[in-house]
Write a protein that binds this ligand. Structure first.
Ligand code: FDA
Length: 393
């Protein structure tokens, strides 16, 4: 091992948060080392948004994030906003478009975002060291020392930016939590989020609908999302389900409204207008055929509307708008777009992400217990938290 090289800050992880932090600190004249075990920076950026990176959301607001402390993200999000990131993207002439619900994507490729972030890191101040295993991290005499590969570095500041364990095959690890525990920072139990839900038991039958999608409202407790759902060979996915999965806990039901635009009495009203229409035609007018057949099969009701009692039709309409699924799990970290939970916000300053009890230690991005909705919110948190930490490194 060589004599340690000294820096102003060492950043562990060259993902979205780590690169933003390095770029801004480097531009402030700080000598920064970024270490990552991956052979490329920003690997999750590259695969995000189907290769086009949903890099922010114009509706970014603290209420679009889950955290044990719902106020924690306010400061960072208000000081580095979606508009700030859009201005940066525009400065690099990266063409973009709004896809839906305020979600901004590159017209071209996510590679442009990674290239931009790397370009933002001044060569004179920022060193990015890739393909390096971090073998040891220690602290003494107000200095952090990191051993990596066959080298060693020291700095008065250390930033944990190694994300969460979702998608381990891309090199994601729980390293952030190991370092946090080493320095006695509390962890909010991590769990897969923005993840497909699995169905078992009686509900295994729904797997035969694999590939069918429908616009729905998914509810869990008081939270609801109106977007598409997709049946899979394991259970349920699609944006509405991914969104609700972040709020779902084992043993809870997910309620699905399959007919979100219809009033509770729509079937009895239709009976008055068209008594000869069959229940299946009535429902099929609003739902894909295979889904309609499966749902009506389970409701166990058929025939012309005119021949069915109002009470039965009201019950059927109610079930279609309050379908209760009891997921038996999720597809886990292998399929989770993010990890909810993580380094407790109670340990960190919301101003600059520095640990209250461990001066010079910072945590940013997905490693922290702040998790955004689907739709560019997680990158905006990575940029904003990275920027906030960089102000005081
Ligand atoms: P991130 O995980 O990006 O970076 C951590 C870095 O640390 C990685 O480079 C990793 O190699 C490194 N590392 C980990 N362990 C290490 C170790 N032990 N030693 C050294 N280095 C280590 N969000 C969004 O807003 N819009 C989107 O379109 C998408 N799309 C999307 C698609 C898919 C498939 C996934 C999996 C995720 C998304 N996300 C997303 C979520 C988004 O990718 C995520 O929230 C951010 O990348 C988090 O940024 P961080 O920098 O915190 O972690």
């Amino acid at each position: 091992m060589r004599t340690p090289t000294s820096y102003d800050a060492i950043i562990l992880g060259a993902g979205g948060a780590g690169l933003m932090c390095a770029a801004v600190a480097g531009q402030r004249g700080r000598k920064v080392l970024v270490i990552d075990h991956a052979d490329q920076p920003g690997k999750k950026i590259l695969i995000s948004g189907g290769g086009r990176c949903n890099f922010t959301n114009i509706h970014t607001a603290p209420d679009r994030y889950l955290s044990a402390n719902k106020h924690f993200a306010k400061s960072a999000l208000s000081r580095y906003t979606a508009d700030d990131f859009i201005a940066l993207v525009n400065r690099y002439d990266i063409a973009w478009h709004e896809k839906t619900l305020g979600q901004l994507f590159c017209d071209g490729s996510a590679k442009q975002i990674v290239a931009m972030l790397m370009d933002e890191c001044p060569a004179e101040t920022v060193t990015v060291s890739l393909g390096q295993s971090i073998t040891n991290v220690r602290h003494g005499d107000s200095v952090y020392q990191v051993d990596y590969g066959d080298q060693s570095a020291t700095a008065p500041s250390l930033v944990i930016a190694t994300g969460g364990p979702s998608i381990p095959k891309m090199g994601a690890t729980s390293f952030a939590y190991e370092i946090a525990r080493q320095f006695r920072l509390k962890i909010v139990e991590p769990r897969p989020a923005l993840v497909p839900l699995t169905l078992g038991g009686e509900e295994t039958l729904f797997r035969s609908l694999s590939g069918v999608s429908a616009p729905i409202i998914a509810r869990c407790g008081k939270t609801a999302f109106r977007e598409a759902a997709l049946f899979t060979h394991k259970g349920l996915s699609g944006p509405a389900i991914l969104q609700i999965s972040s709020f779902w806990r084992h043993g809870e039901a997910v309620k699905v409204d399959f007919v979100p635009d219809l009033k509770p009495d729509w079937l009895t009203q239709l009976k008055r207008e068209k008594p000869r229409i069959s229940l299946s035609s009535a429902v099929n007018a609003h739902l894909p055929t295979r889904l309609c057949e499966t749902l009506l099969d389970r409701i166990a009701l058929s025939g012309d509307l005119g021949n069915l009692a109002d009470r039965k039709l009201e019950e059927a309409a109610h079930r279609l708008s309050h379908w209760s699924f009891m997921p038996n799990g999720t597809e886990g970290y292998a399929k989770a777009e993010v990890t909810a939970g993580g380094i407790s916000t109670a340990e960190l300053s919301s101003q600059n992400m520095e640990a209250r009890q461990m001066p010079g230690l910072y945590a940013i991005g997905e490693a922290v217990d702040v998790t955004g909705w689907l739709g560019g919110y997680n990158f905006q948190w990575a940029w904003a938290s990275g920027w906030a930490a960089a102000q005081t490194l």
